[in-house]
Write a new protein. Sequence first.
Length: 138
Amino acid sequence: AKVAEFVKKYDLPAVHVEKNGIGRFLPGILRQELAKAGISCAVIEETSRQAKDMRIIEAFDAILANRALKVSQAITSSPFVVQMREWQVGGNSKDDAIDAVAGCILSEPVRLIRSADNTFRKDWRYGESYKVNQDFSV
């Protein structure tokens, strides 16, 4: 029900669900919950075949190198920040939060905001607004 609320709040077209191990039942359960709530959203089943360490590195490497990782203030009090600080390849520190974020990152394209002339361009998602004349009478 919480995932369905989140999907509805942010009008998500799709949700990726890792179905390794016990998670193999989750896509079906999520589809039922979304249908029950009347929410149209694709549930994309993911199976991870890559080692967790390599998946985390693959997800974060380019983003961290480009200093493009941005998190909301609410994340600073979550396990994510502690795990990012303490995580080591091959270590046995907790990594569930960063692994979950790595999965999210890998399911979406990385959008680096550097232009061809090596300067930063304005983020297209937060541009100016324009009023458009809607009187289409002939």
